[in-house]
Design a protein around this ligand. Structure first.
Ligand code: UD1
Ligand code: UDP
Length: 380
């Protein structure tokens, strides 16, 4: 039996995390798939990259492009060049891409131009806000793909609206792609790692945190971080939330946010933050600590796509620091509330969730077998 030779491209933190779910399914495919791991190097700090390979048993990168940070054009161009060079060796039958980062975009363009079929995990998501770099990346990737693996019904419906035919292609190709509802590989991960985190994470104990005794926050979107006044406003609001609700906010800081904070916060806010009594800032944490934080927080406040969903996986209400979300079903079911960065809206959503909780809700992201479905579709 000749295995399917897959080139799996990762680069940013959430992609390494999603690759862990696929890696477990590849193992279960019993030699029918051989995977080459390519790391673009978009994220490179140990706490943004290596920790996930180590903790989540992601196969180590066979190829590391070491691209690093840069302007969108420069960064994407470097990745494009590197991925193209690898694909020109003609050693791969398909390229597997995750999500909507610049690494996704580069992988999609390089593969499509060389006629190597693309499989897109997390296809069909739309924010309908093209000012987000991710929106351009995901649209381009979907339209370069041969397999579009959708996590939700909404994602399938979005693709249908863009002219994709749903579920018909028996021998998929770029002009007749397969759109398939698979469920979410991140849900697979949360099921798999919940008990591992319970066993191994010491973060709560080491930091004196009690279950349901804190709120968890993450912020990294350019819209929330690039404008110093807006970032300061969000941090001020988190301090206020902690003061009013008498509950600590724990905030693992994305390096983008850390850098922008370092370059200019009002002195009074800086002092308030460094006291650590209201908002406790910590470096980015590994996945096991993150799961421990999410599953023990009383509430989650975030602009992250992945963290919004994980909050739901652990049935924690989520205040979304954005005006729109790709994960609309969370809002529709009352599990998440869109608050943007408006202090009054954020504080009111936090207060309401803390007092009233979120309504009961069925699973929205599949059955925990999305990764197996993806591998089987690639092998069909
Ligand atoms: C990227 C993705 C975003 C995703 C996020 C996940 C794009 C356009 N954006 O955003 O969709 O939600 O990853 O976390 O692809 N930095 C470090 N060390 C690192 C990585 C980054 O210091 O290991 C700093 C650099 O100053 C860099 C900045 O963070 O310029 C932003 O990194 P970048 O990968 O460009 O974008 P993210 O904001 O991480
Ligand atoms: N995450 C983590 N440590 C952190 C912050 C996030 O392990 O300090 C995980 C989180 O559990 C989720 C993923 O990173 O699985 C989300 O990534 P991120 O917020 O960077 O990007 P997005 O999902 O918004 O693209």
């Amino acid at each position: 039996m000749v295995p399917l030779r897959l080139l799996t491209v990762v680069g940013a933190r959430p992609q390494i995390i999603k690759a862990a779910a696929i890696a477990r399914a590849v193992e279960r495919a019993n030699g029918r798939i051989s995977q080459t791991m390519l790391h673009t190097g978009q994220h490179y700090d140990a706490g943004m990259s290596q920790v996930f390979f180590d903790q989540m048993r992601v196969p180590r990168a066979d190829i590391d492009l070491g691209v690093g940070s840069g302007e969108h054009g420069t960064q994407t161009a470097r990745m494009l060049e590197g991925i193209e060079r690898v694909l020109q060796r003609k050693e791969h039958d398909a390229v597997l891409l995750f999500g909507d980062t610049n690494s996704t975009l580069a992988g999609a363009l390089a593969a499509a131009k060389l006629h190597v079929p693309v499989a897109h995990v997390e296809a069909g998501l739309r924010s309908f806000n093209k000012e987000m770099p991710e929106e351009m990346n995901r649209i381009v990737c979907d339209h370069c793909s041969t397999w579009l693996f959708c996590p939700t019904d909404t994602a399938v419906a979005n693709l249908k609206r863009e002219g994709f035919r749903i579920g018909l292609a028996s021998s998929p190709r770029i002009d007749e792609p397969l759109v398939l509802l698979t469920g979410d590989v991140m849900f697979d991960n949360s099921l798999h790692f919940k008990s591992v985190a319970e066993e191994r994470s010491t973060f709560l104990r080491e930091n004196g945190l009690l279950s349901d005794g804190f709120m968890l926050a993450t912020v990294h979107r350019p819209t929330n971080t690039d404008d110093p006044a807006r970032l300061a406003g969000i941090l001020e609001t988190l301090c206020e939330a902690a003061r009013v609700e008498r509950m600590l906010v724990v905030m693992p800081l994305h390096p983008r946010t850390r850098k922008l904070m370092d370059s200019g916060l009002p002195p009074a806010l800086r002092k308030r933050l460094s006291a650590g009594k209201e908002v406790k800032l910590v470096p980015p944490v590994g996945f096991l600590d993150m799961i421990a934080l999410e599953s023990n927080a009383r509430l989650v406040i975030t602009d992250s796509g992945g963290v919004q969903k994980e909050a739901f996986f652990f049935r924690k209400p989520c205040v979304v620091l954005r005006k729109e979300t790709e994960w609309v079903e969370l809002v529709q079911h009352g599990q998440a509330r869109l608050a943007g960065s408006d202090p009054a809206a954020v504080l009111s959503a936090i207060g309401d969730f803390l007092r009233n909780g979120a309504p009961a809700c069925p699973d929205l992201y599949g059955d925990g077998l999305a990764s197996d479905r993806i591998c089987e579709a690639l092998l069909a």
